[in-house]
Write a protein that binds this ligand. Structure first.
Ligand code: NAP
Length: 291
């Protein structure tokens, strides 16, 4: 445990609830490993006090904040600046102290992108299939357009929500080839080698037997599968992808890298590979996950 003194800087997480968070394990490990005089704590915040919480953190000279559910969009009115990607996504998970207030970033998507790079999965020129059309799926669709996917298909149980996501991405990226489909129509998918990102909550603990598409034929069309769910570490979706012969990954590294990128923004540094690996181990240890 590092010494806390008069120069210690404060970072933290706001959301509700926050008791389950792994972010303190990531950031306090990095601070100790990189010898930064910083502590990171989690703060449950009531909705009616959200503005006070952000203004209070600013007044207390906090270096930065992470923001989690349900406030990723609700904090936007209290920020003085926005990073362009976060602006497109319409949600932030990281606030960085600037001259006159906090600047909002979204490190979830760059976090997923960094995880994909590390796992050797490309988006550029690929047919990208997104299962789900919630907050995270919308951000993934923006990311796929940002990184030059050849086509993007958003498949969702409620097709109207997929249509809204597609319209928003099309407005932000007029040249994007993007279409919405109902989940039940998955047999009509025209491609045969999709980079598939599972962005629904199906299969999350305790519903570990759940899988958004159970038909084994579907998985013949999956070139690589990413499940953004990270508990359990191997979801049924991942098992289906692997059984069909393609690589499959969980959402743990996305979770790790959203934290690494936030830490780099706060401290204006590049976290070296050894510290990333240690933070990954500490995060999994805190979750009780043994891969
Ligand atoms: P959300 O906004 O609530 O969206 C949930 C999505 O799941 C919707 O598309 C919904 O479809 C679909 N869905 C729910 N139950 C379903 C069912 N039984 N059958 C078919 N579809 C179903 O959630 P979110 O915030 O986007 O989060 C989605 C997932 O991402 C969660 O599992 C979360 O753990 C994960 N996540 C991971 C990370 C990470 O760092 N790895 C970060 C954030 C989130 P409808 O529209 O039809 O309701």
């Amino acid at each position: 445990m590092r010494n806390i003194d008069g120069k210690t800087r404060l970072c933290g997480l706001i959301g509700n609830p926050v008791a389950h968070t792994m972010s303190p394990a990531i950031h306090n490990t990095l601070a100790e490993e990189l010898d930064h005089n910083l502590v990171y704590s989690a703060f449950p915040v009531q909705e009616s006090l959200l503005e006070d919480a952000i203004k209070g953190a600013w007044a207390l000279n906090a270096l930065g904040l992470n923001v989690t559910v349900p406030y990723k969009s609700a904090v936007l009115p209290y920020l003085t600046e926005m990073d362009p990607l976060a602006e497109k996504i319409g949600a932030v998970n990281t606030l960085v102290r600037k001259e006159t207030g906090f600047k909002g970033y979204n490190t979830d998507m760059p976090g997923l992108y960094r995880a994909m790079q590390e796992d050797g999965v490309e988006l550029s020129g690929e047919d990208v299939l997104i299962l789900g059309a919630g907050g995270v799926a919308r951000a993934v669709a923006m990311m796929a357009a940002t990184y030059g996917a050849a086509t993007i298909t958003v498949l969702n149980r409620t097709v109207e929500k997929a249509e809204v996501v597609c319209k928003e991405v099309q407005n932000a990226f007029p040249k994007a080839e993007i279409q919405a489909m109902a989940l039940e129509d998955y047999r009509k998918l025209p491609g045969y080698a999709y980079v598939t990102i599972q962005a629904t909550n199906v299969g999350m603990h305790p519903d570990v037997e759940g899988v958004v598409i159970a038909d084994t034929d579907f998985y013949q069309k999956v070139k690589a599968g990413y499940d953004l769910v990270f508990n359990p570490a191997v979801t049924r979706f991942m098992q289906c992808v692997r059984k069909a012969g393609a690589p499959a990954f969980n959402g743990l590294k996305m979770l790790l890298y959203q934290g690494i990128i936030a830490y780099e923004l706060w401290n204006d540094c590049q976290v070296p590979a050894g510290a990333v690996a240690l933070a990954y181990e500490k995060m999994k240890e805190a979750m009780g996950i043994h891969e």
